[in-house]
Design a protein around this ligand. Structure first.
Ligand code: CMC
Length: 427
């Protein structure tokens, strides 16, 4: 019998009966296939890793069928309601919510490390002004690998912690500078009289000629965006960071690889693509046509901000963002936003359509976040950069976890489908 590739044969059915089963604290058990190749001469085949647990992790848990997301055991809804971003960052990086004293120490560490080295600032001038902020971030974060020679023994806990803090502390300045450089405005430095989220906003939107006035509603909106995007277990960018880290690579280089992966429209680039799509739709009467295109097998178009590899239910982050988007638009006097009206109607129509119901396609985190970010003044090219600022906490948490468990190099195998060995013969 030949399979879809047509050029190799499916042999006897293998069973996993003789393999050990590993139990997590919650969620599906995992078949431990590590001995399979040695004992049975078999590999496992799982392109896209849909059924593969690539590692053990104690950071984030998702139940895609129920639409549950837990950071270190806490439901995302509770963290979004009660926490500041730095509390959530501490939780993800260190496993527990901080005491008042621990939080003060964590905030001090962030303040101590949030400035960019003057030579880092000179890298920006090497980029074209119209460069995509994610292209700039890939370059600048990778370039940080050349700095901090004082603390580069990453087998030591102290150097691991310092690199992790440096990344979380500097990322808002790196992202904001990629925006201010693109519009020709002088780069604004962090101001330690602001908290983490307000500091990001003042570096993005503050003018050197005027004091920045904090708007608590906007600060809370960006804080929620950062909390909701902070981690999402073994997604493509986090898996990339872990894979790069498994070789012992420099953490700044590992994060640069994560940023590159996040940029793709199937991952973090989707929020930018959602806004483009909503603008193209223009008004609710054009929605049926876009739904028709999304369902057409011969059209590569997909409804952006819909569907998820893991969630087969409403993404809990999307529900929180929809709510904060409504509140922020009202605060800004934009309650009649045509983009929001189109998005709400698109969601209503898609969720009552057999195609989306049968395939369990629901709005994901990116569906409303672009509308919110746009209303706050972020240009669409910065949306994924904001996601990268948030996800830095997740990436460094996974990097720390991997370093602490002494993980060896990742090296997947393959099901080879090329020619068998043959004799050289010139044509
Ligand atoms: N619009 C229309 N059809 C879709 C969509 C969509 N957005 N998403 C999936 N499908 C269909 C797909 O055509 C396929 O149909 P069939 O079984 O007939 O071939 C079926 O649903 C399953 O699709 P899949 O590609 O196997 O699903 P996946 O789990 O690999 O893809 C996804 C997940 C997020 C890449 C995909 O849903 C998608 O491309 N969505 C749009 C992009 C997007 O919003 N991405 C952000 C993801 S959330 C942010 C993050 O975590 O980074």
């Amino acid at each position: 019998m030949s399979n879809q590739f047509g050029n190799f044969v499916i042999g006897d059915t293998a069973t996993a009966n003789s393999l050990p089963i590993l139990k997590g604290s919650i969620g599906p058990d995992a078949v431990d296939v590590r001995s399979l190749l040695d004992k049975q001469g078999l590999l496992t085949y799982d392109p896209g890793f849909r059924s593969t647990a690539s590692c053990q992790s104690a950071i984030t848990y998702i139940d895609g069928d129920k639409g549950t997301l837990l950071y270190r055991g806490y439901p995302i809804e509770q963290l979004a309601e009660h926490c500041s971003f730095d509390e959530v960052a501490h939780l993800l990086m260190h496993g527990e919510l901080p005491s008042a004293e621990e939080l003060a120490g964590f905030r001090k560490d962030i303040r101590d490390h949030n400035l960019l080295h003057d030579q880092v600032l000179s890298f920006y001038r090497g980029f074209r002004r119209d460069a995509h902020p994610m292209a700039v971030m890939v370059g600048v974060v990778g370039a940080l690998s050349a700095f901090y020679q004082d603390a580069q023994d990453y087998s030591k806990d102290a150097d691991q912690q310092k690199a992790a803090i440096r990344l979380v502390a500097k990322m808002p300045a790196i992202a904001a500078a990629s925006f201010t450089y693109s519009i020709g405005r002088p780069i604004r430095h962090p101001d330690n009289s602001f908290d983490y989220s307000s500091n990001f906003l003042q570096m993005m939107f503050g003018k050197p000629s005027e004091p920045y006035i904090v708007d608590p509603v906007l600060t809370r909106a960006i804080e929620l965006i950062l909390i909701l995007h902070a981690d999402h277990e073994q997604n493509a960018s986090t898996s990339t960071v872990r894979m790069a880290a498994s070789s012992g690579a420099n953490p700044f280089a590992c994060l640069s690889a994560g940023i590159a992966t996040l940029w793709g429209p199937a991952h973090g680039g989707a929020n930018e693509a959602v806004l483009t799509m909503l603008e193209e739709i223009g008004s609710p009467e054009n929605i049926p046509n876009i739904i028709k295109r999304a369902k057409d097998k011969n059209d590569p178009f997909r409804l952006m901000g819909f569907g998820h590899r893991v969630y087969k239910n409403y993404d809990p982050r999307a529900a929180i963002i929809r709510d904060i988007t409504r509140k922020t638009l009202a605060h800004l006097g934009m309650e009649n936003s045509p983009l929001m009206a189109t998005a709400l109607e698109l969601e209503r129509i898609a969720l009552s359509d057999e195609y989306f119901i049968n395939k369990k396609l629901y709005p994901n985190v990116d569906f409303y976040s672009g509308i919110l970010l746009r209303a706050m003044g972020f240009p669409s090219r910065m949306f994924t950069a904001v996601f990268a600022v948030a996800r830095t906490v997740g990436w460094v948490s996974h990097w720390l976890e991997l370093k602490q468990e002494g993980h060896g190099i990742d090296r997947p195998r393959q099901l080879y489908t090329g020619p068998a060995q043959r004799q050289f013969e010139r044509k």
